[in-house]
Design a protein around this ligand. Structure first.
Ligand SMILES: *[C@@H]1O[C@H](CO)[C@@H](O)[C@H](O)[C@H]1NC(C)=O
Ligand SMILES: *[C@@H]1O[C@H](CO)[C@@H](O)[C@H](O)[C@H]1NC(C)=O
Ligand SMILES: *[C@@H]1O[C@H](CO)[C@@H](O)[C@H](O)[C@H]1NC(C)=O
Ligand SMILES: *[C@@H]1O[C@H](CO)[C@@H](O)[C@H](O)[C@H]1NC(C)=O
Ligand SMILES: CC(=O)N[C@H]1CO[C@H](CO)[C@@H](O)[C@@H]1O
Length: 507
């Protein structure tokens, strides 16, 4: 996993050990996935709140991680040790989109079935700097958590470069992060790899995304149990030789790193990740972080029903996942994504896939977030749009020539809207979730009757939205949440909430 250079130098050893490995390069697809009714359909309108995003609303998938996310060895043919250094990125659970869901389960392949225009998943074999292959799966073999901020910056740069593919502001994006194997494989000899320090690097990476990319659901796959490797090695001598010989996971064979310690460290890592998302540090209207903990207490190696270890789960190095392994993990991760925070499976299995593949909860058919897990009714604030506004004949057309007299101005002749006013014009609290009185301090300026132009008339009636329908170049209306001095948001709606309170104070 870590030391690919060393891996290559040991390849001759490997060839001897591996030449006669016999395992089956199997795969797992779900040919008949279907959910009741409209559960997997996209929302009628692009959601504006992160707590009402349906799976099919996801337009872009992105992935930060290590060699597991890079798919190292996932498609390695039987007895081909060299292939473990190949990044079978397209087969990986988190960011791979090779084949179809019918043939191979990955998170992107599930999403792709319901949004064929999904973008960002990797296809094929290659490193993160080969755009055609990696796309937005920038996971790096050997990466520790302290590499994630760099990966996050790389991802932001790619999103900014590829505006032909990604609509930065409008597209909902799923960011999968999975990291930690290399950290815990080195912790026994490097105290700077303590779980709390590693998770602070994850936090730093998410902060970079939070500050630069709107409309993101970050789905952090919690740390796995490295102890599973040790159990596998205990019965497979060639795996033990491999792991010791290549140095893929030094702590696994380290005598000081006993089972109690290895297990405790991995669980601590996973708990710190859960704490980070539970802190709601990264929750806002269009952004959230959720930790998926299905591997936290998963402490059994992949087993056949008769109790023997199923090496088909692993790539030929007994460490990385095979394509079958990636598919099995994908079924559990998807199940976690559909389960509410606080009630997520914390002990999945790598022996059996989570089938049938989970469906969204009909009472809350969204990717589950901190807030919609607590109260799903907060997700969709009631609104009033007029989807079929039309007036007879030419009544809403602009004048043939720009009128010169104020008494002959038709609605569609208006080019600019402007607004003076108080907190009602500033839209204070207009988009505040029910039972969230604190959100009343937010200026939902784009939703206000007089100067707001969020959404369209079809979705939300406002004076600007009516005018906009007949003059798409209308200017001056505000969009989003912010104060009058944020030009990008307020535009010419300069209404001031304080105006109201100041006056009260002076009378
Ligand atoms: C899907 O197919 C599998 C295997 O072909 C079968 O066992 C399962 O019952 C099917 N599920 C549904 C919902 O049709
Ligand atoms: C395991 O290792 C830890 C830390 O090195 C040590 O405190 C503990 O006593 C060890 N436990 C066993 C059962 O050897
Ligand atoms: C256990 O089951 C697997 C898969 O069916 C088979 O390959 C293996 O030989 C079996 N092992 C024993 C000890 O029965
Ligand atoms: C517009 O749509 C609403 C709801 O879809 C419907 O009740 C109304 O009759 C429609 N009005 C016109 C003029 O078509
Ligand atoms: C390369 C190699 O040694 N292959 C051998 C693997 O084992 C089978 C039978 O177990 C032999 O037939 C192959 O020659």
């Amino acid at each position: 996993m870590m030391l690919l250079v060393r891996l290559v130098s040991r390849i001759s050893v490997l060839v001897v050990i591996l030449a006669n490995l016999s395992y089956q390069l199997d795969d797992l697809g779900v040919p008949n996935y279907s959910c009741p009714g409209d559960l997997m359909k996209p929302s009628k309108n692009v959601p504006t709140n992160v707590n009402s995003v349906r799976p099919a609303d996801i337009k872009v998938v992105m992935n930060l991680g290590d060699s597991l996310s890079a798919g190292n060895g996932a498609g390695a043919p039987q007895g081909d040790p060299l292939a473990v250094i190949l990044q079978y990125r397209g087969l990986a659970c988190w960011g791979g989109g090779e084949k179809t869901l019918e043939q191979h389960v990955t998170i992107p392949n599930i999403l792709k079935k319901y949004n064929p225009n999904l973008f960002g998943y990797a296809v094929g074999i290659g490193s993160p700097n080969v755009w055609e292959i990696a796309q937005l799966n920038v996971a790096m073999p050997g990466a520790k958590a302290d590499d994630l901020p760099r990966q996050a910056r790389q991802l932001v740069a790619l999103l900014q470069q590829h505006t032909e593919k990604v609509n930065m502001n409008d597209d909902w994006k799923l960011l999968n992060i999975f990291i930690g194997g290399n950290d815990m494989c080195g912790y026994c000899s490097d105290p700077t790899l303590a779980p709390s320090i590693c998770v602070s690097h994850i936090q730093e990476a998410i902060r970079i995304i939070y500050d630069n990319v709107p409309r993101v659901i970050v789905s952090l796959t919690g740390m796995l149990q490295l102890q599973v490797l040790r159990q596998t090695d205990a019965t497979k001598a060639f795996c033990k030789d491999l792991h010791a010989g290549i140095g893929e996971c030094p702590c696994e064979g380290h005598p000081e790193f006993n089972n109690t310690f290895i297990q405790g460290s991995c669980i601590e890592y996973a708990m710190d990740e859960l704490d980070l998302s539970n802190s709601q540090t990264f929750d806002k209207d269009d952004f959230t972080l959720v930790t998926q903990p299905f591997m936290q207490y998963m402490d059994t190696p992949p087993l056949f029903p008769n109790g023997t270890i199923n090496m088909g789960f692993f790539a030929p190095d007994c460490f990385h996942f095979s394509q079958w392994g990636h598919a099995v993990v994908s079924t559990w991760l998807w199940k976690n994504m559909m389960e509410p925070v606080g009630h997520k499976t914390m002990q999945g299995s790598i022996s059996t896939p989570a089938l049938p593949l989970a469906c969204p909860d009909s009472n809350c058919p969204f990717i589950r977030t901190n807030l919609n897990s607590r109260d799903c009714s907060k997700s969709e604030l009631a609104d009033l749009g007029v989807p079929n506004y039309s007036c007879p004949g030419d009544l809403m057309k602009p004048s043939k020539t720009i009128p010169t007299n104020v008494n002959s101005v038709r609605p569609a002749d208006i080019k600019v809207v402007m607004n003076l006013g108080d907190s009602l014009s500033a839209g204070n609290g207009a988009g505040a979730p029910q039972d969230d009185p604190l959100a009343v301090v937010l200026q939902y300026r784009g939703l206000a009757c007089w100067g707001g132009g969020d959404k369209t008339l079809d979705e939300h009636a406002s004076i600007s939205n009516i005018l906009k329908k007949y003059n798409p170049n209308l200017f001056g209306y505000s969009m989003g949440i912010g104060s009058p001095n944020v030009w990008e948001i307020a535009q010419l709606n300069v209404a001031m909430p304080e105006a109201f309170f100041v006056r009260i104070g002076h009378t």
